[in-house]
Design a protein around this ligand. Structure first.
Ligand code: UDX
Length: 453
């Protein structure tokens, strides 16, 4: 099928590239000329494992093009995926102005019937507004424009795999034609009939994805409710961690056993510095606002938000307890990205934590395998190290702020030699307290009484 993608941000790029990978003819546009230039020249403006291979395949087979002309992009596709940003407004509501702009463009530029697919994360009932906007802006054109919602559940760092091997594909539609079109678009994923670029020679066995057909309102709600539930889970685990520390228990043991109950599940129970990134915090905030506007008291979501904000202060208490005076001390930081396997530093707990330490007069020497360049743009006042060992050099404490796998397997003897004081403050519970102590480190983390005694 011919597909247009509006917005070459994270979601737009992964969606466009993966749709091309499964055999569609995709044209993608963005209103940022610099981003388009990088893409047109074969580069990628984001770091996402596996995406380079997918984009290369798609370009080789001439199934993916980037265009600066939004009108031409809109006219090229039978289905148009809206993947523009919906950033938070100062009051926490989602800013939907980009969606409104795109609706105007589609309504005025389309010359043939289109399926308009809302992929950006939006509050429930946005689909209805989008439908109305398309009708208003296109009232003279007479072109038929159908609306559907197809929320994304792409995690940064594993987004290509999430797109090609999802557990469910949710489509919110108003008629059978839209459902049929979306089923056709995702048919290769549902039937697993595409050549998988990430698993060679063959993909792991697993159940085929469910194709879930709902109303547009439900599809929008599914997305917000899912992300907010994940946020609740993390905040819950963080509170249990605080309690475990006081009661002499170990949060890792507790959550491991909790997670064995299939009703609970083992993921999103990792205690630490809390959740960040451009999705979870923003979606949670927008969901709180949506509930408030709808007259529903959903204060448990606010509590999850509050707990999450408190994680930085909680961690800072540990730093202060160990270092006593912070002013003038050099602290090495491992990790800047909001989580592992991404270069994204937006709403990163690591960055918040560094700002907190800077405000207390600490000197920071930070390292991240992928996120240094992006961090420099928002945090120019710190020193950037070339390796974990360089970050440890002459530091009085080494903070682990992002759960990168490479931080589990450092040459700890080398780290210890480089540091002024062998003190590890593990904000992601990445390491074993017992092992670190055996290696001669002082070690602090979240919710493990033995380590924090
Ligand atoms: C999220 C959703 O998971 C995805 O489905 C959605 O569509 C986009 O938003 P992403 O933003 O990539 O994906 O991040 P996610 O993997 O959800 O992690 C969010 C944050 O929570 C990270 O800062 C991570 O470090 C933190 N986290 C995650 C925890 O603190 N503990 C956990 O157990 C899991």
């Amino acid at each position: 099928m011919k597909i247009s993608v509006i917005g070459a941000g994270y979601v737009g790029l992964v969606t466009g590239c993966c749709l091309a990978e499964i055999g569609h003819e995709v044209v993608c546009t963005d209103n940022d000329p610099a981003k388009l230039k990088v893409l047109e020249s074969g580069g990628l403006p984001i770091y996402e494992p596996g995406l380079d291979r997918v984009i290369e395949n798609a370009r080789k087979d001439k199934r993916l093009r980037f265009l600066s002309d939004p009108g031409e992009t809109i006219r090229s596709g039978d289905a148009i995926f809206i993947c523009v940003g919906t950033p938070p407004l100062p009051d926490g509501d989602a800013d939907l102005s980009a969606i409104d702009n795109v609706a105007r463009l589609i309504a005025t530029e389309a010359r043939s019937p289109k399926l308009v697919v809302e992929k950006s994360t939006v509050p429930a009932r946005t689909g209805q507004e989008l439908k109305r906007a398309l009708a208003v802006y296109g009232r003279k054109s007479g072109v038929e424009l159908r609306v559907a919602s197809n929320p994304e559940f792409l995690r940064e760092g594993t987004a290509v795999g999430d797109f090609l091997h999802p557990d469910r594909i949710v489509v919110g539609v108003e008629d059978e034609t839209a459902e049929k079109q979306l089923r056709e678009i995702y048919r290769p994923v549902i039937e697993r009939s595409f050549q998988c670029p990430i698993h060679t020679p063959k993909c792991p066995n697993g159940p085929a994805p469910s194709f879930v057909v709902t109303t547009i309102n439900s599809a929008e709600l599914i997305k917000h409710a899912s992300n907010s539930f994940l946020a609740l889970k993390i905040s819950y685990a963080n509170m249990v961690a605080d309690l475990a520390e006081k009661l002499g228990a170990d949060i890792e043991e507790v959550t491991q056993a909790m997670g064995m109950d299939p009703r609970i599940g083992s993921t999103f129970l990792k205690a630490g510095l809390g959740f960040g990134g451009f999705c979870l915090p923003k979606d949670l905030q927008a969901f709180v606002h949506l509930a408030e506007r709808s007259g529903v008291d959903f204060s448990m979501l606010k509590e999850a938000e509050k707990i999450n904000h408190g994680r930085i202060e909680r961690f800072y208490e540990k730093v202060r307890e160990m270092l006593w005076v912070i002013r003038g001390k050099q602290i090495g930081v491992l990790g800047l990205a909001f989580k592992a396997n991404t270069d994204d530093v937006r709403f990163s707990p690591a960055i918040d934590m560094i700002r907190h330490l800077l405000a207390q007069g600490a000197r920071i020497r930070a390292y991240d395998p992928e996120a240094v360049e992006r961090a420099k743009a928002i945090l120019p006042e710190i020193e950037y190290a070339k390796s974990p060992y360089d970050a440890a050099q002459d530091s009085e404490a080494l903070v682990i702020a992002t759960e990168w796998d490479e931080f589990r397997k450092l040459d700890w003897e080398r780290v210890q030699k480089a540091m002024v004081r062998p003190l590890i403050l593990d904000g992601r519970n990445l390491l074993s307290p017992k092992e670190m102590k055996a290696r001669g480190f002082e070690y602090r983390c979240f919710g493990r009484a033995s380590a924090n005694a």
